[in-house]
Design a protein around this ligand. Structure first.
Ligand code: ADP
Ligand code: MG
Length: 324
């Protein structure tokens, strides 16, 4: 970028509140030097957010930063990992300091909350995009993968589903919501997901598989089924829906369909063997996160949507970036 690339890095990224003891060398050299605790795997995940695709170019930079970091931390949560470090590759058309200041406000507020240190990155000129790589630790042999599920395991989701899609519809002007408070809540739910870090950690040793809901439950649950070579039945009446979603979409069937397809929820979907269900309730009670059982794994392929004993013929799709 322009000659003031180094000034920008020094001004906005070098100084922060989190200074972790496992960082031997932070921002400023050719590489960061980091120490992984003995007995832990290093869990690493990258996500990119591109203006116009994942957020509107004129969106509040603090909200965009929150969304970028939250979606990355959510991947660590889905493995049961504890976040530690993040690197940031930022591409901007111009060195816009007003934008950067707001971006850093949102970014460091969430990073500080989870004790995550920014340990490096890259700053370049081009169309606005944000790529983060998060790093965390998970005790060896404890990570929650997509492939460990068995027939008979119960399917759970944390929190409530559908609010993010409702917020996005409001944001894109596809729907008008007259109630200003409702509108604000839905927008907040879209932008300010809370990564389920504590819940993910609590699930280690209890859940047989897990992932985070980024493309919609119907699509993401499909990943567990594929990796574990199983089928699922989901009772749509069990889907956890918020009062706000039902105010936004009073028709129950449509609200349930939104909940099934809504991406960018960043809730966890996980499976639990029958014998661990009691332990699950105790483990989650400490995290303050509610989980709801929505169905069960079976042998076979595909997802059967049920309303009690009735098989539903709903055609639903999650989000696919390359879909025509
Ligand atoms: P190099 O030329 O070796 O790639 P850079 O000039 O890109 O180095 O970066 C200098 C230092 O600043 C490096 O330590 C790099 O990790 C850090 N850095 C660059 N951009 C960012 C950013 N957006 N956020 C955090 N650290 C950054
Ligand atoms: Mg560089």
């Amino acid at each position: 970028m322009a000659s003031n690339e180094f000034d920008l890095i020094a001004r906005y990224f070098e100084h922060q509140n989190v200074n972790r003891r496992d960082v031997a060398l932070a921002i400023g050299d050719d590489c960061a030097l980091l120490n992984v605790p003995a007995g832990s795997h290093l869990a690493v995940s990258t996500d990119s957010l591109v203006a116009g695709t994942h957020f509107l170019a004129d969106a509040d930079p603090a909200l965009v930063a929150h969304k970028a970091l939250a979606s990355n931390l959510s991947d660590l949560a889905a493995m049961g990992a504890t976040p530690a470090w993040v690197s940031l590759a930022l591409t901007m058309p111009t060195p816009d300091e007003v934008w950067l200041r707001r971006f850093c406000d949102g970014f460091f507020a969430l990073a500080d909350y989870f004790n995550v240190q920014l340990i490096g990155g890259d700053t370049t000129k081009g169309p606005l995009s944000i790529t983060l790589t998060v790093h965390g630790f998970v005790p060896e042999g404890q990570a929650l993968t997509r492939s460990g599920a068995n027939s008979g395991d119960w399917i759970y989701v944390t929190g409530q589903l559908g609010d993010s899609a409702a917020g996005l519809a409001v944001l894109l002007g596809e729907v008008t919501v007259a109630d200003e408070a409702l509108k604000a809540t839905l927008l907040e739910r879209h932008y300010k997901a809370q990564p389920r870090i504590l819940a993910g950690q609590a699930l280690c040793g209890i859940a047989s598989s897990a992932l985070d809901i980024s493309d919609g439950l119907i699509s993401d649950l499909g990943h567990i089924l594929k990796r574990s070579q199983l089928a699922a039945t989901v009772d749509v009446d069990k889907l956890p829906l918020s009062a706000e979603l039902l105010a936004f979409e009073p028709e129950l069937e449509k609200a349930q369909q939104l909940a099934l397809a809504s991406g960018e929820e960043y809730e966890l979907c996980f499976t639990v063997p029958e014998q661990n269900r009691g332990t699950l309730d105790t483990a989650l009670a400490h995290t303050g996160v509610k989980a709801t059982c929505i169905g069960q794994l079976r042998t076979g392929t595909g997802i059967k949507l049920m309303r009690r004993d009735e098989l539903l013929e709903w055609q639903l799709h999650g989000y696919d970036h390359f879909a025509e």
